[in-house]
Design a protein. Structure first.
Length: 350
């Protein structure tokens, strides 16, 4: 395959008949798509949030707790975010990636510390194999600190995305309350452990791929943040590791996918699991996903909740700042072994 000087995959993929060699995974690390479980019965739980504030409150809390413990993932319906806000978010994301290369490149940066940036793969500075993905990463809380950095094209981008962020934040806070309760903690205890809070999002664009068995959109990883709210379009691609097997989480209209991130695993002192997941690509359709990564603020001290620690359940993790953790995450790349081990109380440093 010819060497290209394209910064973004979008501008290379449209012509590609083969997967260029820098995207090809070694034989031992390929998607093996025929082995993926795709029946809905094996997928992650679907929880109806309608009853979260009604008479069946305690059942919903129990379902959420169970899902966090067993799957690390669940889907929610009747989540309270208007369909129009969601549709607009997906449409504007698509329009962004359809803009001419020169317009998109105005947002380009390969520096992971930048708070608004378009890039490709995962971390082009450190990784050996590339991923079949372009992404626009946006910090979005507090909105007024970041919105002026966001792309000003398409013209309604800032307004539409800001609306989406605000709605998702409200949903996250409701879910954090429910998760706190499910752990037997006060409703606001997780919310209060996050300092000033942080919220980032990504617009992930996975172009069609001529040889989807050779590469990943994103290889198996856990999310480094607290909790993720994922919106995906109608094209399958997300897979979650369940009992040692990859399971497809196929899109269900009007739902979000929620997953536990590394910080929630720490706060719950390993009761709730940050689970491996990955995105695969396909040869017939492009795919869009929009994860919201909710997180502590960089200076927040993260540690197992005091009320979950006692003689029988000693703290599995030491205290650390989220900034420390996040730095390690970007430096290490999407290694299957997540960074959590480095922060365990019994971790032996070299
Ligand atoms: C992520 C992620 C999955 C997807 O961005 O961390 O897991 O389906 N995305 O795009
Ligand atoms: Ni992820």
């Amino acid at each position: 395959m010819a060497i290209t000087n394209k910064l973004l995959l979008t501008d290379l993929a449209s012509e590609a008949k083969y997967v260029p060699s820098n995207y090809v995974r070694p034989l031992s690390d390929r998607p093996n798509l025929s082995a993926v479980e795709s029946s809905a019965a094996h997928s992650i739980p679907l929880i109806d949030l309608q009853d979260l504030h009604g008479p069946n409150h305690s059942q919903v809390i129990q379902q959420i707790g169970q899902a966090c413990q067993v799957d690390g993932f669940f889907q929610v319906k009747n989540h309270g975010i208007a369909e129009e806000i969601v549709e607009t978010m997906l449409r504007i994301a698509k329009e962004f990636f359809q803009m001419p290369e020169a317009e998109r490149l105005k947002s380009y940066s390969d520096d992971p510390t930048k708070t608004t940036r378009l890039s490709t793969s995962f971390n082009v500075k450190t990784e050996k194999v590339s991923n079949w993905r372009d992404f626009l990463r946006l910090y979005c809380h507090p909105l007024e600190d970041y919105v002026h950095e966001w792309p000003s094209n398409p013209p309604s981008f800032r307004e539409d995305v800001a609306k989406y962020c605000t709605s998702v934040r409200e949903l996250v806070l409701r879910i954090l309350g429910a998760i706190s309760e499910s752990l037997g903690l006060k409703r606001d205890s997780i919310e209060k452990a996050l300092g000033k809070h942080g919220q980032h999002m990504a617009l992930n664009y996975y172009p069609q791929c001529p040889e989807p068995e050779l590469t990943y959109g994103l290889p198996g990883h856990t999310d480094p943040n607290l909790i993720t709210v994922l919106l995906q379009d109608q094209v399958p691609g997300l897979q979650v590791l369940k009992n040692g097997k990859w399971v497809a989480v196929n899109p269900i209209p009007n739902t979000f996918i929620i997953n536990i991130g590394d910080q929630m695993q720490v706060i719950s002192n390993d009761r709730y699991k940050s689970v491996l997941h990955r995105a695969v690509v396909n040869s017939s359709m492009e795919r869009l996903s929009v994860p919201t990564f909710y997180c502590p603020s960089p200076d927040a001290i993260v540690e197992p909740a005091k009320d979950l620690i006692n003689e029988q359940n000693p703290a599995v993790y030491r205290s650390f700042t989220y900034a420390d953790y996040y730095q390690k995450f970007w430096d290490r790349g999407l290694a299957t072994e997540c960074c959590l081990d480095l922060f365990k109380t019994d971790h032996k440093s070299m």
